[in-house]
Design a protein around this ligand. Structure first.
Ligand code: NAD
Length: 448
């Protein structure tokens, strides 16, 4: 006999980007009534017309269906829905500011709007990735606005960091390894338990913590993953120097159950909208407290260097005589199944190649439009993966899209001016490549 009775859940999600749109759509799929809010009118209008502005496998169909069935609405006006919702999620961007700390202006703008306009108990949940202590600032901001209005309206803040991966976002959201919810009141805990009940029914774990711990979990998780990548890249580079094969090493250490096999793949550097930004932000948080995060600083440095490893291998092969060479790139997005190019290794490599006087021909199954938007026509956009390698002096493989995994080497060797393939994701078989007449280079293994 709770004093607040909720018949059905009605929530608003502010910020309709990757996280806001995916989580909103997935909650709607679970029967919750969701209104997705964004300041970007174009985005909201497109969604209303059934056009999903981001590429995410399976998302289009789910958005259209839930919108059609009346559980998923879109608006630019948070105020118009505030009286009807029990929970407001904040899923706006938290980009790094000039010195690498998370820029909280959008999160705090939502808090202000919330404080200026609520009329009844509502929970404000931060889903954006925000530094420890942000919930406190959000709470203070809301309180300040309520005070300005001269009203006393109960509310709670909570922290519910998101762990979804772009490219597998729906699966990650619907079948999470865990959901982390930081709360500071029983009432908020009950509301959040109810919202996540469909997930609990499926035996997924919801871990309740205090708010600072929830905020920290997100940064610690991403930083740990970034650390594994940089560690393996360091090991891979050393393997090349001592004559070991990092693929064998990876399998050998990954079978230790204390280490585990996941996230041990070396490559040409991590990118994306999360790892680089979150590692930087955690370093900054620590700095502000006078504590140096030595491991994470090294993680960043290793990653920066790793982004030029393919270019360096190319330089070594051609004895630094790269002027006039035609170089093909396969893969522009920072990882497969997304068009996201934030902090992508491709951007670093394109710059290095152009500075060295190369002509660059690129191909990506979905990120070509995004690439054009970012860098325009300073590179040549190929019509398909085979067109990209025509007359090329080398092919650099940057993103392991499925369609790049088993190409026709016969066609490629015939098309290229010189059949040099530098594989930044270790997806090809060295022996097979040799057989096909390809000069093959990869990460963490000397050529055979
Ligand atoms: P995004 O840039 O794709 O989307 C953010 C949206 O917020 C934009 O559409 C923007 O117009 C909107 N917005 C900004 N201010 C607003 C306001 N005052 N009112 C309404 N809308 C506003 O960002 P994203 O990738 O979805 O990331 C959102 C947050 O989630 C970030 O903190 C990010 O670190 C975190 N996160 C992202 C991922 C990921 O894979 N992308 C995963 C986990 C967590």
């Amino acid at each position: 006999n709770s004093f607040y009775i909720i018949d059905f859940m009605n929530i608003a999600i502010v910020g309709t980007g990757y996280v806001g749109l995916v989580s909103g759509t997935c909650f709607a799929e679970m029967g919750v009534h969701v209104t997705c809010v964004d300041v970007n009118e174009e985005k909201i209008n497109a969604l209303r017309e059934g056009n999903v502005p981001i590429y995410e496998p399976g998302l289009d169909e789910m958005v259209l269906r839930n919108h059609g069935e009346g559980r998923l609405d879109f608006t630019t006006d948070l105020i118009s829905v505030l009286d009807e919702v029990d929970i407001v999620f904040c899923a706006v961007g938290t980009p790094p500011d000039e010195d690498g700390a998370a820029d909280l202006q959008y999160v705090l703008a939502v808090a202000r709007q919330f404080g200026q306009n609520i009329h009844k108990y509502t929970v404000l949940v931060t889903k954006s990735t925000v530094p420890v202590g942000t919930a406190k600032r959000v709470k203070a901001t809301v309180e300040e606005e309520l005070k300005k209005r001269g009203v006393e309206i109960p509310f709670d803040v909570a922290s519910n960091p998101e762990f979804l991966k772009e490219g597998a976002a729906i699966k990650d959201f619907m079948s999470p390894d865990r959901v982390v919810v930081g709360v500071e009141s029983e009432k908020a805990k009950e509301m959040m338990s109810k919202l996540y009940r469909p997930f609990l029914l499926n035996n997924f774990r919801v871990i309740f913590t205090d708010i600072p711990s929830a905020e920290m979990i997100k940064y610690a998780a991403n930083s740990m993953l970034a650390t594994r990548i940089s560690f393996m890249n360091d090991i891979a580079n050393l393997c090349e120097l001592v004559g070991a094969d990092v693929n064998m090493v990876r399998k050998g250490i990954g079978s230790d159950s204390r280490i585990g096999a996941k996230f041990l793949y070396p490559g040409c550097g991590y990118g994306g909208s999360c790892f680089p930004k979150d590692v930087k932000a955690l370093i900054k948080t620590a700095e502000k407290k006078g504590y140096p995060m030595k491991v994470l600083k090294a993680v960043e440095e290793v990653n920066e260097n790793q982004k030029s490893v393919l270019f360096n291998k190319l330089g070594t092969y051609y004895k630094d005589d790269l002027k006039g060479k035609i170089i093909a790139l396969w893969g522009l997005s920072f990882k497969p199944e997304t068009d996201d190019m934030r902090e992508a290794t491709s951007l670093v490599i394109i710059k290095l190649l152009l500075n060295a006087g190369c002509t660059v021909k690129v191909y990506d199954p979905v990120a070509m439009t995004e690439c054009k938007r970012r860098i325009g026509d300073i590179v040549t956009y190929a019509t398909d993966m085979y067109d990209a390698v025509l007359d090329a002096d080398a092919l650099l493989m940057l993103t392991e899209w499925k369609q790049f995994r088993l190409p026709s080497w016969r066609v490629i060797v015939k098309s290229m001016k010189h059949p040099l393939v530098i594989d930044g994701r270790n997806i090809y078989d060295a022996a097979e490549m040799k057989e096909m007449g390809v000069e093959y280079r990869c990460i963490g293994k000397l050529r055979i």
